[in-house]
Design a binder for this molecule. Structure first.
Ligand SMILES: C[S@@+](CC[C@H](N)C(=O)[O-])C[C@H]1O[C@@H](n2cnc3c(N)ncnc32)[C@H](O)[C@@H]1O
Length: 289
């Protein structure tokens, strides 16, 4: 949603723009080009993505700074860097395509890899740890609450049956187990989406504590933005979009924000055709009063 991001952040005061999800640096590069007087601080938990993005925008010199940290600590990070208030906060939640394609991260159900799913490899808990240690009830709740998986109980039951025989530690092994629990053939499943899609999303969100991080970011953002500064959040999931909507609404009631998007912005048809991931993207924007 590059054009939408640029438009949302077109009229911002001079100062620091924080790209909370640097990824491969696409949004940071566009913002550096569009705002010649601005400086961009890029945050990410993934060291590989920080390196790739930093090389991409190296030509902007001191106007770009990267920091390997979780955006849930935004306020502390800004204080450590001596930045008082910022002119914009952008977050493009979730994972980048290269992370999904990297078999060592274990994010893809159709590529063999370890059941890891950590975006930040300094973290200890992996998806295999959750799958092999949570109780049947905890697993079912996790799958249902994080991704509204309707077959959560059947999947949790099957996981617990199988793990009595051996530790579940591979992506393809889990994907096949989930398909079997739902009575689907993983190689020719009925719907267009793979039966393990929601299970993988729920586990990834739990491993990386994605909703907690977003909640923390939304709570700190009004204190970090200067008047006229803007916050834009792109989410790919109804749980996340609801958190953003409710935070913006309560901050508007408290007199902190003016909400600029009554309804969330979505990707253009052209972008949806060229980038299927953008089909579920929703962007909300607010301005600090
Ligand atoms: C969808 S990608 C961002 C793509 C980016 N906008 C671009 O133009 O290349 C999301 C990125 O955010 C990072 N990420 C996810 N959750 C994070 C968090 N809580 N704190 C910091 N980075 C996070 C991921 O590692 C990934 O690199």
């Amino acid at each position: 949603m590059a054009a939408e991001v640029l438009e949302a952040l077109r009229e911002i005061p001079a100062g620091w723009i924080v790209d909370c999800t640097l990824g491969l640096g696409g949004h940071s590069q566009l913002l550096l080009e569009a705002h010649p007087a601005a400086r961009v601080l890029g945050l990410d938990v993934d060291a590989g993505n920080i390196a790739t993005a930093s090389a991409r925008v190296a030509g902007f010199g001191e106007r770009f700074t990267a920091h390997r940290t979780n955006f849930s600590g935004l306020e502390t990070t800004l204080a450590e860097l001596g930045i008082e208030k910022v002119s914009a906060i952008l977050a493009d939640l979730g994972v980048s395509s290269n992370q999904i394609a990297d078999p060592t991260k274990g994010l893809s159900f159709d590529t063999e890899g370890p059941l890891d799913m950590r975006l930040d490899d300094r973290q200890r808990t992996t998806a295999a740890d959750l799958v092999n240690s949570l109780s049947e009830g905890e697993l079912a709740d996790l799958l249902y609450l994080q991704s509204q998986e309707r077959g959560s109980r059947r999947i949790a039951k099957r996981i617990c049956q199988v793990r009595r025989q051996f530790r579940l530690n591979s992506t393809v092994m889990l994907a096949r187990l989930v398909a079997a629990a739902l009575g689907e053939n993983p190689d020719s499943h009925r719907s267009k989406i793979h039966p393990a899609t929601r299970t993988f999303m729920a586990l990834r969100m739990a491993v990386n504590q994605e909703t907690d991080s977003l909640t923390a970011l939304l709570e700190q953002a009004p204190r970090c933005l200067m008047p006229g500064g803007r916050i834009a959040i792109i989410s790919f999931h109804s749980v996340e979009d609801r958190l953003v909507k409710e935070s913006f609404r309560s901050n508007a009631t408290a007199g902190n924000y003016r909400v600029l998007t009554k309804k969330p912005l979505t990707a253009s048809e052209e972008e949806e055709r060229s980038n299927p991931r953008s089909r579920s993207a929703k962007m909300r924007v607010a301005e600090r009063v």
